[in-house]
Design a protein around this ligand. Sequence first.
Ligand code: ATP
Ligand code: MG
Ligand code: MG
Length: 406
Amino acid sequence: CKASLNTDHTSHGKHDLSVHGLSEMVVGVLGGGQLGRMLCQAASQMAIKVMVLDPSENCPASALAYHHMVGSFDDSSTVEEFAKRCGVLTVEIEHVDAETLERLEKQGVDCQPKASTIRIIQDKYLQKVHFSQNDIPLPKFMQINDLEGAKKAANLFGYPLMIKSKRLAYDGRGNAVARSEEELSSAISALGGFSHGLYVEKWAPFVKELAVIVARGRDNSIVCYPVVETIHRENICHIVKAPADVPWKIRTLATDVAYKAVSSLQGAGVFAVELFLTGDGQVLLNEVAPRPHNSGHHTIESCYTSQFEQHLRAVVGLPLGDPSMKTPSAIMYNLLGEEEGEPGFILAHQLIARALGISGATAHWYDKPEMRKQRKMGHITIVGPSMGVVEARLKSMLNEEGSDKL
Ligand code: ATP
Ligand code: MG
Ligand code: MG
């Protein structure tokens, strides 16, 4: 621990800056991955102290946090102990123990966003039920409990059929596609069977995937970032283009859907709304994350207020910042692990070295202790005067690696 911590129980919920001053503010973050790390970076410029709770001793946020408590964000007594030391509690991952957060809230712990929001979002099926009850457009969905149920759902929704785990999903790891009835049981087994809870979604015939970061302050003020296009490869976010190249009408519709979705949830912070744009101009909600998100990394260089600064402003109770872009165009390129171990590190570092020779490019390295295939190891953002110029800069950065990466 680098300084004395506020262990006063009665400080929970005190976010009145006039009383405490910004330098007293300790934000506790459940999770110490790259999002936690980038929150620490933003906090250091704002006289906010970030404490993280993460089981891994050398997690990405560890080196930059005011304090890193080594422990599980899934363990009730650990979270309770951690919460005692923070003025406000927030998350960089939704797979935390929501029941504990609900109990702590009742004891006066200040959770932002609210535990009810985490509970709804961490179960993707519950999330879908919530949003459909709030009239948010989304692909049709249905819970499945056995193979017969899956067949019935497929008869209604057709193939390909998207089968999803209700919980603990990220980077497409809880998704499996069945292209025909024969593939149903293997897709279900690939997700570990029915014991952990599955549901199905009707295939969304999207022409583009879009995303909107929405921030809500403690006073319920809401601001929306520009709509971006996200390009996934094997279910993992690969490239983000800001702003999205879509007609004004679609930008407005996407922003409206995102605004409405976030308005139906409780608490302060930034939220990422993932959307599908269909060929006939519909915008459907895919899912919401109650935290900063990969689709908002470009904001560090391209917007007046980064999503990380905005999240801290929101949870602490500062005024929200301007979400608009200060550069005409930006592209974010994820550095995904290509090889296990040392060869993977060498490839990533070569790409970073090339990025540093490109005008408008900024590299971000998450300092993860281990390199694994398809793991998010860092990202590069390129800004510029137009999407054409930024795309050309990305191409030249990737050139020696082959243009198949675009
Ligand atoms: P994340 O890392 O964003 O949390 P996740 O594991 O929760 O991902 P989803 O967002 O549900 O996974 O899906 C991952 C990707 O799979 C989507 O971005 C989209 O490309 C595709 N996908 C998801 N649902 C559907 C659907 N109903 N129809 C077609 N494609 C879909
Ligand atoms: Mg998800
Ligand atoms: Mg997703």
